[in-house]
Design a protein around this ligand. Structure first.
Ligand code: 13P
Ligand code: SF4
Length: 343
């Protein structure tokens, strides 16, 4: 079957048919160019349905794509995701060309913290290990002891067997991990404190930061209550970047791929995903027997920067090349490799 008919059959309920000839043609050119240039395309679960279902060699959550980036033998890695993900691919593959189709694909979490912030925290809490969510830039990773993703955050924290850990930069993921691992958490960066820091008198095992995902912070318990009152049999899945109250009011919380697996494996009348809306479309396309309830007014503007058009231009023009300072890359690599070793 040619790509157009393949996409038409997979996406018949999620993409208007009139869009497909154009998208299939673009995707076909990308696939040909990818072969010609010995490139691999990695696609995050949030990519729009036509892109997600046509050009990537591998799709998945941050952790799965990180593993694929570490394993590839291709010359070029095209990362259909956001910049911190493409940077992680470069950290793992210094000799390869890593491309991101749009330089505008940032992330509010990654932008919430700088390397200088991490150094200041280390000074304030000497000897306390730093766990950094992969949704951060390479210079921040370079100041960290170990990275984690939403799929392994609690496991990474527990692996350290430390009395205290600094967990950066997502406030809500940190609060969710603190709850899961039974730790008290404080947020010294949230409000400037006077010289006599009362936190020093408190019992705490985690130190967090005030970063937030601009998408997941918007979901509320009220949203869940309203949807449950309209559709009482709905199963609610929340990404751990949602607030702890939202996670507690949901039926399941996990990384993007954990949510995909849940829908595949657990039978329910209908599912609501509290995450970027494209993922609901992607799951609906793969599981036509599953009813997905969409909340599409909340979108990730960064992930949505990545289009088929820009991916084609990236391959044609070898743009936009991800470059990292070698000293930063080497130090960030240690933190990323420690995480990969834990799984
Ligand atoms: P995952 O690692 O769960 O795919 O999440 C990445 C992300 O950016 C979620 O907003
Ligand atoms: Fe960043 Fe949130 Fe977008 Fe994920 S959904 S890339 S955490 S802004």
């Amino acid at each position: 079957m040619d790509l157009y008919h393949q996409l038409k059959s997979t996406l018949k309920d999620v993409v208007p048919e009139c869009d497909l000839p154009y998208k299939a043609e673009l995707a076909q050119r990308i696939i040909e160019l990818k072969e010609e240039k010995n490139a691999v395309i990695l696609g995050h679960n949030y990519m729009e349905p036509a892109l997600f279902h046509s050009i990537p060699d591998f799709t998945g959550d941050s952790l799965e794509l990180c593993r694929q980036a570490a394993a590839t033998d291709k010359d070029i890695i095209v990362f259909c995701g956001v910049r911190f993900m493409a940077e992680t691919a470069k950290i793992l593959n210094p000799a390869k060309t890593v491309l991101i189709p749009s330089p505008k694909a940032g992330c509010s979490l990654a932008e919430s913290i700088t390397a200088a912030d991490v150094r200041a925290l280390r000074e304030k809490y000497p000897g306390v290990p730093v766990v950094t969510y992969v949704n951060s830039y390479a210079d921040v990773k370079a100041e960290s002891d170990i990275c984690c993703t939403s799929g392994n955050a609690a496991k990474v924290v527990e692996s350290l067997k430390a009395e205290r850990v600094i967990f950066l930069p997502d406030e809500y993921l940190a609060r969710n991990v603190a709850r899961e691992t039974g730790r008290q958490i404080i947020f010294p960066g949230k409000t400037p404190r006077p010289a006599t820091d009362t936190n020093d008198l408190l019992q705490y095992e985690m130190v967090g930061w005030h970063g937030r995902c601009e998408v997941h912070e918007q979901f509320t318990v009220r949203d869940i209550e309203r949807i449950r009152s309209q559709l009482p049999d709905v199963v609610v899945l929340a990404h751990p970047e949602c607030s702890p109250d939202v996670v507690a009011a949901s039926d399941f919380s996990g990384s993007t791929s954990a949510m995909v697996r849940y829908v595949r494996e657990i039978d329910a009348p209908r599912y609501l995903l509290l995450t970027e809306c494209s993922m609901g479309d992607n799951i609906a396309a793969e599981n036509p027997d599953r009813e997905m309830v969409r909340l599409c007014s909340i979108r990730c503007p960064h992930m949505n920067e990545i289009t088929l058009e820009d991916t084609l231009a990236a391959l044609e023009q070898t743009r936009y090349v991800v470059e990292l300072d070698e000293d930063i890359r080497m130090r960030a690599l240690q933190a990323v490799e420690r995480m990969i070793a834990i799984g």
